[in-house]
Design a protein around this ligand. Structure first.
Ligand code: ADP
Ligand code: MG
Length: 380
């Protein structure tokens, strides 16, 4: 059933009558991996996988939620001590609290929500949920006086303070700022951003989820960060954002071979994001694809955050004639993002599914995505 219809039926039966509809989206990142903590660029966009909510103030100091997908209800007050036990409700509670902490207003409301962002697949369903409610509560109770960057930060702080996830700003940023047919280059140092038209007539974006997760991501992630910090320190700069290969090669003999490889990837990745933006401006999709493959190679060989399954998916994409393919996200499992010519779209999906299944005993999950609008109120 259509999402909106499902929600409005549930709203009518749980709370009676109608509320206002809001939505926000999951996201992809076309290129720019492990760049955020190095002060570099990321290049995300919102997608056509969304969270949608119907909300109505209830003139009390209580929030009553019904999650269609969890088939569960939760209620909480708006004070810090009122945190709900249900994890899914903590995302909404956190957003309320973070608005209040910033001096904004949140009063009691009833809400029903549902979504089609796959959970935990690397498309950031949690950011979609946070930004849907952040946008809605700004509209309903604050006359839209909270600016969009602050809405993204409210989502990020929700993850930090109420969900135990120490994430960067990219996911919530993309979810709030997303625009149809546009990717957004975010400078993680200055937080300046720029929209680039993402017109890929003749191609589709396809995510292939390996459904594996290999390591506790924390410790390799921290080790990568430490390598980058050591090299930046040796170069006398704040972050690797300000380094180039010439500078790196000049200190090669003073740093470990491992630190060298890590920094080489980060420096290359900064250039690749800029290269992809230029290529998109020229409509040069072949170059976009080539740079995606280069990123995969760098993540696999220099940054060493790939795994057998992801390298396998990348090899199959190459064999099938996919224009660009790479790991999306931190690595050690999760998805690849693929730029696929329309003509081979169906055959690629059939081939990658069959080959992966043959080798690893389970099928990957496939998600077609279209770059779409982010957080907004749904007009009738
Ligand atoms: P992701 O990578 O998709 O963001 P997370 O683990 O960060 O994965 O967030 C997933 C969590 O967000 C779920 O466990 C749930 O608590 C909440 N969530 C996401 N989508 C929904 C939904 N449609 N309905 C209820 N809760 C959701
Ligand atoms: Mg998440």
């Amino acid at each position: 059933m259509e999402l909106k219809k499902q929600i409005s039926e549930a709203f009518a039966s749980h709370f009676g009558g109608e509320g206002t509809f809001y939505t926000s989206a999951g996201r992809i990142n076309l290129i720019g991996e492990h760049t955020d903590y190095n002060g570099g660029f990321v290049f995300p966009g919102a997608i056509d996988k969304v969270i949608m909510a119907e909300i109505r103030p209830n003139d009390t100091d209580k929030v009553n939620l019904y999650s269609v997908d969890m088939n569960a209800s939760a209620s909480f007050g708006l004070n810090e001590a009122d945190a709900p036990a249900e994890q899914w409700a903590r995302y909404v509670f956190g957003v309320c609290r973070e608005i209040i902490k910033r001096g904004g207003t949140v009063k009691g409301f009833n809400a029903v929500f549902a979504g089609n962002v796959p959970l935990g697949a690397g498309l950031s369903s949690s950011a979609a949920l946070e930004s849907c409610f952040a946008f809605a509560l700004n509209d309903l109770f604050n006359g839209n006086s909270i600016d969009k960057f602050e809405l993204a930060k409210i989502g990020q702080s929700t993850e930090h303070n109420y969900c135990g996830v120490n994430c960067g700003i990219m996911d919530q940023f993309a979810s709030v700022f997303g625009k149809k047919d546009c990717l957004i280059r975010l400078d993680c140092r200055s937080l300046e951003y720029e929209y680039f038209p993402f017109k890929i007539d003749g191609y589709k974006l396809v995510l292939v989820d390996s459904v594996v997760k290999h390591e506790l991501v924390d410790s390799p992630y921290n080790k990568r960060r430490e390598s980058c910090e050591r090299v930046a320190k040796r170069l006398g700069i704040e972050t690797l954002r300000d380094a180039d290969m010439e500078m790196l090669d000049a200190v090669k003999s003073d740093i470990s071979a491992e630190d060298y490889m890590r920094a080489k990837f980060v420096i290359g990745e900064k250039e690749r994001v800029l290269g992809v933006c230029d290529a998109l401006n020229r409509g040069d999709i072949a170059t976009v694809g080539r740079l995606m493959y280069e990123t995969h190679e760098g993540l696999s060989k220099d940054y060493e955050v790939s795994c057998e399954e992801l390298d396998f998916l990348n090899d199959v994409a190459k064999e099938c004639g996919v224009t660009g393919s790479r790991i999306m996200g931190g690595g050690f499992g999760g998805c690849t993002i693929n730029l696929v010519p329309d003509a081979i779209h169906d055959s690629f999906i059939a081939t990658v599914t069959e080959k992966f299944n043959e080798r690893y005993g389970h099928a990957p999950k496939i998600y077609d995505v279209i770059i779409s609008d982010g957080a907004r109120r749904l007009e009738e």
